[in-house]
Every structure is written in structure tokens, then in C-alpha cells.
Design a protein around this ligand. Sequence first.
Ligand code: GCO
Ligand code: MN
Ligand code: MN
Length: 393
Amino acid sequence: MSDSFDPTPDDRFTFGLWTVGNPGADPFGPRVRPSISPTEIVAGLAKVGAYGVNLHDNDLVPFGASAAERDRIVADFKQACEDHGLAVPMATTNLFSHPVFRDGAFTSSNPKVRAYAIQKVMRSIETGIELGAKINVFWGGREGLETDAAKDTRDAIKWYRECLDFLCAWTKDQGWEQKFALEAKPNEPRSEIFLPTTGHMLHFIETLEHSEMCGVNPETAHENMPGLSMVHAVAQAMEVDKLFHIDLNAQKIGRYDQDLRFGSEDVKGAFFLVRLLEGTGGYAPYTGPLHFDSHAYRTEDIDGVWDFARGSMRTYKILAAKAKVFDADPEVQQLLAATHADPDGVAGLMNSYSGSNAAAISDMAHDPEAMAAVGHRYERLDQIAMEHLLGVR
Ligand code: GCO
Ligand code: MN
Ligand code: MN
């Protein structure tokens, strides 16, 4: 059965090689699914209607491959993407698997490891460029510690900054227009990870030499692990034009990084996230790739993996349709208009400072009791959202 929720490349959905390629290993048990080669993944993603595929350097080119092997693998992959009409919008570097990074990459206390990390990213950016990627994600999986006896966090942050400043400058020096998207995660695999939330990242970015090149890549699971709101993280990034990429998935609060199928937990959170990205509630929509950084349940075989991929994209499209209907609902518009009303033009006194605005605010007569007595009807508003979501409105 096909319907309007079936994905097409116009929807800009992407998956990492490591997502649909995830073989289902966890810390307590081995892999349960056979490997799918990168070129098979490309064919499979094209078949289910994705727009693109993303990769870590070592998802494609095995660690330690010779230059000749690397060239052949990258060329074959590029050909497969061309044959199947798949884009490669984002490339990232694996700075977490190899034991050399067990005390961090950009924040390793050993300067030689930091230099090696920079070199590995240079190679990875080159591969991304060859494949047409315009965005480089930086997820600092090992940038953290178990004990504060190990290093001073201020040093770690300085080293992190030095490495990113260096890589931005190098990229510009090559004449390449690339965007760097920094991805936060509070913990796992380290006990503590530096710059643990999107908010920390947004501040850190403003301290970088080439901050204009750098934005964020928020992930639902990473915001939800410590109980934070993905909607608010993404909104804050969008408000300053720093949403460079996004990792969509799902997560139960407070657990390990589950990387579940988008929308499969916290449907209401997913709905408000999609509404934000689609811009149906106001502001410009997000127009970058919609990346699913998640994987199929360990219970699944390869057919289940493609069910997972289709389901991720369909849920997004269903929620986008619901968001449109919600924001067009006259009762929603009326309830929102009532709480935002400004009959006396007071908002205009606060949006820029002047002596006369200050005097007007200082002299304004207020009746706090009358203002406090007004209910906001958010129960009704939220119930309308629920009824749209539950399909009865
Ligand atoms: C995770 C991370 C990764 C990164 C990926 C991109 O929790 O494992 O989200 O999947 O997004 O490594 O660099
Ligand atoms: Mn994750
Ligand atoms: Mn991620």
C-alpha cells in the first residue's frame, strides 16, 4: 500500500551508513545481523526513498587502509551514490573507536594524540569533499573523563577550541566552504563528556575563531537522556541560525543512549519538534538534511531494518501533516491570538531601549491582580494537539 506519507528524495531524509548498517551488537551481546556493504546500503536507501547517506570515515574506509585501497573504496562508493541518485550531505570522523582515543581526541592530555586527531579529521574532510558533503559533524564521544583528577576541564576546553580553530582555518585555507556541526551528548561512553548539551555547545561556538563556520547538530536522544527538551535545544539553535544539521531519533528519559526509531517514544515531543522544523507555527522552516541517527531494534533481521527506515521517515511526514493541520485549526489560532494579544502596543516599548520607552514603562499603570486572574487555556490548547495526534480531530 502506498500513500502520501511514503518518502521521496524531496523530503531530504538521510541515514548514516552506521544506522541502517548497525548489526545489533550491544555491551552484553554480539552482533545479530550480517554486515551490509556500503554500496548495498546505498541501494537499499534509494529503494526506500531516502535523499542521502552520511558516513564516518571508517564506516567506508577501514582504519589503516592503504592509500590505493582508500581511493578504490571511495570511488566505488561515489559511483554507487551516483547510480542510485543518492546525495552525501554530511561526513564525520570516527574519533572514538580506536583505543588511541580512549582519553579523548581533541581533549586528550597527550598533544600527539590531539595532533593525530586533527590529521584524521583532515583526511575525513577530504573524503567528504570528494563525495560532495558540505557539512562535517563533530561528535566528541571520547572527549570527557571518569575522574577530575585526570585533567583540568579548562585545559580540555582550550585544547578542544585549539583543534577546532585549527581545522576551521585549514579548511578555509584550502578554499573549501564547509560547515562544522558540533553534537553534544551528556555521557556514554565516557562517564562525563565535555560540552554535554546543545546549550553548552552554542556558547562554546561563540568563543571559536571562525564561529561563523560552526553550528550544532542536536540529537533527540542526547537531549532526552538527561531529561532536557529537544524542542527547546533546536529552537534555541534555530533562533541564532546555528541549526546546521540534526540527528532525529527517540529515547526514554534517563536511560543509556537508545537511538530508537524517530517518534517511537514521546510522540508529543516529536510532534512539536517537527512543527518547529517545518515552521508551521511561525518562523522560517529548517531546510537542511533530516538525518535519522538511530537503528533498528536488536530483535530485527534485515527486513526489520528497512521497516525501521521506512517507519522513521513516515512518522516524520505524518507529524508534518499533523503540524500543518494543527496550526491551521481556527480554534488553535484563536487561543494563541488571545494569549499573545497586545491591544495597547506594549511590546513595541520593550524591543529597543530609548529614554522615552524607559519613561513609558516606568510610568505605566499596572493591575497585577487583574493580570494574574486570567487563565491561559493551555489545557484546551494541549488537548487539541492531543486530539489531532490521536486522529479524532
Ligand atoms: C552516538 C552519536 C553518534 C554520532 C555520530 C556522528 O550517540 O553514537 O550520536 O551516532 O552522531 O558518530 O558523528
Ligand atoms: Mn545517540
Ligand atoms: Mn548522533
